[in-house]
Design a protein around this ligand. Structure first.
Ligand SMILES: [Zn+2]
Length: 429
């Protein structure tokens, strides 16, 4: 896979996609840091992209299209480390120096889905796709993992637009990868060291269309009903659609949809429930292409609700994966407990799927596992609403919940390198 550093021409093109106010701020921020290389600006791919983006920008200006919802008053005073907006992602990716930045996909709303990668990619020398390799009784035929490779961890930022907390976590993780400290200035020595020991694939926002439809940058102190209105959208009678029955309409179109919530991309697709064998969304296609190419050992899909942090079990994956998820949950909740954060008593216990009706969903993380064999799972974080009985958490705590997840996951990945040759001990290092 060819990888590119993020160049000045990208920065200009991306800034053109923002509202004029945000584009001006982004340009000002980028002015001092742009890592553009004149020698590389001749690249035909970049030139073509810049022209395309400029034309799009012009068309948006002519049409007067407001592509991002205005921030409500309640979201104005937020800590400086709390960065969840699309323009803040643009600024962040432009500042990356130690990693590589690429555009993984373009959304139906013509927004970039960014990938920030740290650590060199290794050639896994596969001779088969994953499911054929397992059919041949050897995942090793897909990716030659013998316990000596760098762990590969794929952190997929929120695919649901109102679930902004994961974006804040991943922007701070990028800062740690670059400087060793989060945006509060707090040092994360072990996490920074483990970032160097792994290949880490960070998609700060899995669905920029969805994020653009959410006018809030934080839910701390707000009502859960407002979160539901923005996230799930409304019915013609003015009531909110509700989870999980909202999933009974997909794609989210038709007479029951008065306002489209932030759960969906601009083609009304919920990326957690795409059509896996014929994906509707370009974002979905790009996630699977990345998973197949990189053979991640771990994939985390970051989500938020009002509940205590939850490292969830994944349906329809091998028992060994479910056991690993239980272990990871146990370890993570111990970290949360030690930090005085909301937590569950123990990791989610593995169970057999479909013993009762209705069966669980074969969702995005189930499907991603079957593309590459990864331990793939959903992490839910609280969002800080004031509505009882949910845990009340502030921005500091929300960020710690995110960063402790990455810290514990990378610690585990480094300590337990994947070996798909259990019959053969790994060669001496
Ligand atoms: Zn979600």
């Amino acid at each position: 896979m060819q990888r590119r550093k993020f160049l000045a021409s990208d920065a200009l093109g991306s800034a053109a996609l923002l509202s004029p106010r945000r584009a001006a701020a982004a340009d000002a921020a980028a002015g001092a840091k742009s890592p553009g290389s004149p020698a590389l600006r001749c690249d035909a791919w970049l030139a073509a992209r810049a022209v395309r983006v400029a034309l799009l920008s012009l068309s948006l200006a002519v049409c007067g299209v407001a592509q991002e919802a205005a921030a409500p008053a309640a979201a104005k005073e937020l800590p400086g480390f709390w960065r969840t907006r699309l323009d803040q992602i643009e600024t962040t990716v432009r500042s990356v120096k130690k990693g590589t930045v690429s555009v993984l996909a373009e959304s139906p709303g013509r927004r970039n889905v960014y990938l920030v990668a740290y650590g060199a990619a290794e050639d896994r020398k596969g001779t088969a796709n994953y499911n054929s390799a397992t059919g041949g009784r050897s995942p090793f035929a897909y990716a030659r993992k013998d316990g000596t490779q760098k762990p590969v961890v794929f952190l997929l930022g929120p695919v649901h637009g109102q679930e902004v907390e994961g974006i804040a976590g991943l922007i701070n993780l990028i800062e740690i990868a670059e400087t060793g400290r989060d945006l509060r200035g707090r040092e994360w020595a072990e996490l920074a060291a483990n970032l160097v020991r792994c290949r880490v694939l960070i998609v700060p926002c899995g669905s920029p269309d969805a994020r653009a439809r959410c006018p809030y940058d934080s839910w701390v102190g707000l009502d859960l009903a407002e979160n539901a209105r923005i996230g799930m959208g409304t019915r013609p009678d003015g009531s909110n659609h509700a989870w999980p029955s909202v999933k009974q309409i997909h794609p989210m179109r038709g007479p029951q949809v008065a306002t489209l919530g932030a759960y969906w991309n601009d083609s009304q697709v919920n990326l957690m429930h795409d059509e896996w064998f014929d994906p509707m969304a370009p974002e979905t296609q790009s996630f699977f292409r990345l998973a197949r190419d990189e053979a991640p050992d771990y994939i985390v899909s970051l989500h938020s609700h009002a509940v205590a942090p939850d490292l969830m079990q994944t349906a329809y994956v091998p028992w060994t994966v479910k056991e690993t998820l239980k272990t990871l949950g146990d370890r993570l909740y111990q970290r949360y407990a030690a930090a005085g954060l909301p937590h569950r008593p123990s990791g989610s216990v593995p169970k057999e799927d479909g013993k009762t009706f209705p069966p669980p969903s074969f969702n995005l993380v189930s499907a991603l596992h079957h593309a590459c064999g990864a331990v793939a799972f959903v992490h839910e974080t609280p969002c800080g609403v004031r509505t009882p009985p949910y845990p009340k958490v502030n921005h500091e705590q929300l960020l710690d919940i995110q960063l402790l997840l990455y810290d514990e996951l990378l610690r585990y990945a480094v300590a337990h390198p994947v070996n798909w040759r259990p019959d053969q001990p790994p060669p001496a290092r």
